[in-house]
Design a binder for this molecule. Sequence first.
Ligand code: URA
Length: 209
Amino acid sequence: MSRSVIEMDHPIVRTRLSVLRQADTDSLHFRQALHDIAKLMVHEITRELETETIEIQTPLCQTVGYRLKRPLTLVPILRAGVGLLNGFTEILSEAAVGYIGLYRDEETLEPQCYYSKFPPNLADSDVILIDPMLATGNSSAEGAAQLKAAGATRIKFAVLIAAPEGIAHFHEQHPDIPVYTASIDEGLNEQSYIVPGLGDAGDRYFGTV
Ligand code: URA
């Protein structure tokens, strides 16, 4: 299977990522920079979605138009995934949005699902799983497993920053899901934070730092 990783190489992504990484960036500017990157990510991650032709009527004549072949579903993992989601829906306003909530079981250290809600046509959808920080890969892999258990088959994974360890772990369990990321960083520290990273993405986005 493919185990594909697409690292975006774009000057605006690089500059906005630098804003996100800086420790003194406040949540207003953090949000703006994250939404900018999300919109560029949409461009990359939707590039190969299939379209079908439809007949449309302009004010002048009939012509050929296009629409997406399948419904599109965005699924952020709570809470930090909501930050990237907000940028995605600025462009993909027709997409349905599902949610996955995970917590870490303190005994087993495994992620457990406490909430999930998907649209009924998930199995027919192109699905984009959204989780900004691919650190150990445990929660992302569980999120993807929840999607598959609910019937999703066409899944892509949008990640802001990925650690090599996280990519490896994720692809051990889901080699079929391509990972799109703005950066592959150096690795994880002892607390499983991504280095150089940006700290806690949820705290920084929601101003709870
Ligand atoms: N989650 C975060 O928000 N940041 C990290 O560096 C790792 C996991």
